[in-house]
Design a protein around this ligand. Sequence first.
Ligand code: HEC
Ligand code: HEC
Ligand code: HEC
Ligand code: HEC
Length: 411
Amino acid sequence: MIKSVKNRFSLTHGFIACVAIAGFATSAAAQNSTVMTGNANDLRPLYADAGDIAEGKRLADSSCAGCHGANGISASPGVPNLAGQRPAYVYLELRAYQSGVRGDSAMNNAVKFLNDDALVKVAAYFSSLEPAQPRPASGSAAVVPKPDALQAGKSAAAVCTGCHGESGITKTPGMPNLVGLDPKYFVAAINDYKNGQRKNELMKSMAVAISDANAKNMALYFALQKPAPAKTPAPGDAATGKAAADACAGCHGEQGVSGTPTTPSLAGQDAEYTAAALRAYKDGTRNNETMKGLATPLDDAAIKNLAAYYATQQPQAPKVRKPLTTQEWTERCERCHGLNGNSTSPRLPALAGQRTDYLIKVLHAYRTGARKSPEMAAMSGDLTENDIDNLAAYFAGQRARSVLYVVTPGK
Ligand code: HEC
Ligand code: HEC
Ligand code: HEC
Ligand code: HEC
């Protein structure tokens, strides 16, 4: 039974108020694409009558049920549930498959020979069905959310604190601070240890065990810790070092805070490490032409003074945005997709109760651009694999509600 309330008013002069059963407000979404704004034509499935829906069912039973299930509840991996999906959305997607804007060979073939009227009716039929409800998790264990980037970085960094200090603030002379390092420089350093470009046996043995994803996660974790200078002695003469540091300011910043991601900040760095690095550039054990040229003229006293100057400067947190937690992401999604993924717009898809594997698949498709939507490209660009898994599990696990659309006359 379709939930649309039939009306006597012409579509162009009316507007649709959505009354979710959950009783929640309409989306505050940016209105800048076909799906978001649409036109009255897209709303035709809302006005289908019992006869139209019966025709839609006949078509669905013969042409769609094999994949989408007898009641629009799919039992096939990668094939979405359609039962209770929002009517104008279903119709728009069918048109997108028909025009090839949305590519999927199964669906492109399934709609190839259907006329527009058939698309309206089959959309009306599927949206009139009771939505699928989340399946109880197999076994008794609840779904455990995967760690987000920051949590993953923190746990991976646990093995580093013995040498690099709690939160990357070193207490051991010769061990560098890791706070205040830009993530780009951090990741490059790990890779340089891994591939032997930078020679240090201790760090090589650590680096080979770090996955690319975890290097990024740890870089992010350290970049977001509150920076503080190394808790180690700085024996040189900082005032003399300050004068010599004029030659370095162009790249490493006035007070040792670099403005370039690939050039390390030196502020607050352990003095013994900075001195060792300069000696290594000088004798060629650390390979960098620019730094070799700059370090070669420095004698050991000059090196100590420069190291003391930088060690006493205040490190700054690199400009890195804190990534959103799964909870913060879902709040964003719900601005368009409705509370708990129960969309209150006939044009925006409900996510509640949808198959997890399908949600994961399409979020990847948006992220790579294989499926096109300006809103979803913007939303999916920053999602990590774990974010996608968590969001899919969250929305798939929400109780799905059908929506009552009330057509009201224009003023
Ligand atoms: C051979 C299997 C197959 C058949 C038959 C089929 N579908 Fe699909 N359908 C799929 C798959 C797979 C997808 C997901 C494709 C993608 O990721 O874009 C899909 C996606 C859809 C979507 C998009 C849903 C969403 O949430 O975005 C709609 C709508 C749809 N199908 C409707 C239909 C209708 C109506 C019919 C019958 C006329 C039909 N399908 C027949 C396999 C099939
Ligand atoms: C056993 C001690 C030890 C452990 C454990 C250790 N490191 Fe190091 N790390 C060092 C030393 C020593 C250096 C300086 C090596 C050099 O001179 O190139 C260093 C250098 C680095 C640098 C380069 C800093 C810069 O300013 O260029 C990074 C990045 C780094 N370590 C990350 C890590 C991470 C991430 C972990 C944990 C997975 C870790 N380290 C674990 C001893 C350690
Ligand atoms: C032209 C730009 C430039 C100038 C000028 C410059 N540096 Fe560097 N410096 C770099 C770059 C780039 C790196 C990273 C090289 C690498 O990956 O080994 C670096 C690395 C370093 C490091 C290693 C830091 C770490 O965390 O491992 C130290 C120490 C350093 N520079 C000190 C100095 C001092 C002292 C001066 C002035 C005498 C100076 N630099 C001048 C570009 C510069
Ligand atoms: C600004 C509004 C907006 C926001 C915010 C938004 N979406 Fe969407 N979403 C859309 C639109 C519009 C579509 C339909 C696009 C299309 O036609 O492919 C869509 C489609 C989807 C689909 C495909 C549904 C299906 O049945 O195929 C998924 C999954 C999805 N969004 C998940 C999310 C998640 C997860 C978030 C939060 C991280 C999110 N969306 C945030 C507007 C939004």
